[in-house]
Design a protein around this ligand. Sequence first.
Ligand SMILES: Nc1ncnc2c1ncn2[C@@H]1O[C@H](COP(=O)(O)OP(=O)(O)OP(=O)(O)O)[C@@H](O)[C@H]1O
Ligand SMILES: [Mg+2]
Length: 501
Amino acid sequence: MDSWWFANFTTAWVILAPLIAAYVPRRLLKSYFNHHVWRHAKSLVALVDPYVTVDIFKRFVDDDSISSSDAYAEVRAYLSAACSREARALRAESAMEGKGFALSLQLGQEVADEFRGAVLWWSSAESRDEAHQWQMTRRCYRLTFHRRHRRLVVDEYLPHVRIKGKEALDRDRRRRLYTNNIITDYTYQDDRVWNHIDFKHPTTFDTLAMDAAKKQEIIGDLDAFRNNKEFYARTGRPWKRGYLLYGPPGTGKSTMIAAMANHLGYDVYDIELTVVRHNHDLRKLLVETTDKSIIVIEDIDCSLDLTGERRKKQTGSLSSPPPVSYDPDDDGRKRSKVTLSGVLNFIDGIWSACGGERIVIFTTNHVDKLDQALVRRGRMDFHIEMSYCRFDGFRTLAKNYLGIDDHPLFQSIGEMLAEVDVAPVDVAECLMTSTRAGRGVDSSLEYLIEEVKKIKAKADAEAAAKAEADAKAKAEEDESEEDEEEGEKEINESEETGVED
Ligand SMILES: Nc1ncnc2c1ncn2[C@@H]1O[C@H](COP(=O)(O)OP(=O)(O)OP(=O)(O)O)[C@@H](O)[C@H]1O
Ligand SMILES: [Mg+2]
């Protein structure tokens, strides 16, 4: 009987199918199948199939998916260990230096995981993302589990995967130095707002030349920030801290940022403000930064003018990759409109609280030029003056470049540096020149003494010239005041004489 029905059904279908295809419009057919047949088929399957799937899509960088963390990357990191045991077709990417490869699943591969007695399966798949505005097909990790484990998976397993994945990412990742791209109105959803290179700066606090007590204070402050998550949560403050580094050129502000990043193990986001067009672009940049990061705006006084206009300066910033060339003045429509209030919001507006463990650093050569609103405590919590090279700084540089801790000439060099303002960059350059020239320790230090003497002589000559110019200006001022008084006296006398006449 069954075979009779089947034969009739097949014959009818063979006759009817070409007729339906020929006469019923394709769009109608498609939408009918999509909306009705597929829905009914799914509910039928659900009756007999007890398995549930969850897709975790590879994310796009667009407005709808702004987020400071990446679940897809976390799942991939979590699965990396399981992959090496079970999957047969793997993808290997180089992990951190000396740490071999990070493994992930090839498309279509599957691995099993066990959690509190439940077995769950992960596979690498491609699927249509219904939630996305263009419903595109995207790579995803698909988790499949029995429906009786639904609560376990949602409440415990998925959070567990994210925590473990994040830990693995933090452990294995290469640190990065980011710089911002131009964000245009046409920025495509997959365009990154940040560009990055691996961050490999050799500076540490050990090699940073500065006052030893001040250095310890900064290290203590950074450690307290990093270890005080509970304090920030308890007091209801976002877990972030602002540092203002100020001082003359070549005193180590950019070097300090590298030392901080190395000490904390954070990424660095170096913002080139001149290519940021609007305040809301700043927000977009902010939400695309990750936790455990340092956000830097170098030479803030040159990047942001309080009147809203901008000036340009070649900044010697932290060897960052150059931003895409963009002249803010080349077209009136393109000119940046970032304002002081935009930057203030960037630092401590409601958006700045997304994510956590973030440090914001401004550097400047002219602290007195900055608006008080920008640098007040609470925004820039710690003001650090990077100053000229004194004895402590010199000892560090001598250790860096000559490999020595002490020397009979140290005392006289220390005394000289107490009297003359020499930037650490100049001391470092002298020592490096000597090292390159193959001089020994003694002659390197003598060369440094000669150079410092020259700098002192130059500074003395400049100070004398300035004093002379000031004295001359004062004399001229006094003379003109005397002339004025004389003139007034004459006028008064002639008026008095006139009255008498
Ligand atoms: N305090 C320091 N400790 C060690 N090296 C230093 C220090 N200051 C300067 N240097 C050396 O001088 C170079 C320039 O220093 P850096 O760029 O950090 O100065 P800066 O204060 O940021 O200058 P600018 O204000 O011009 O940006 C560094 O690459 C480093 O080699
Ligand atoms: Mg600098």
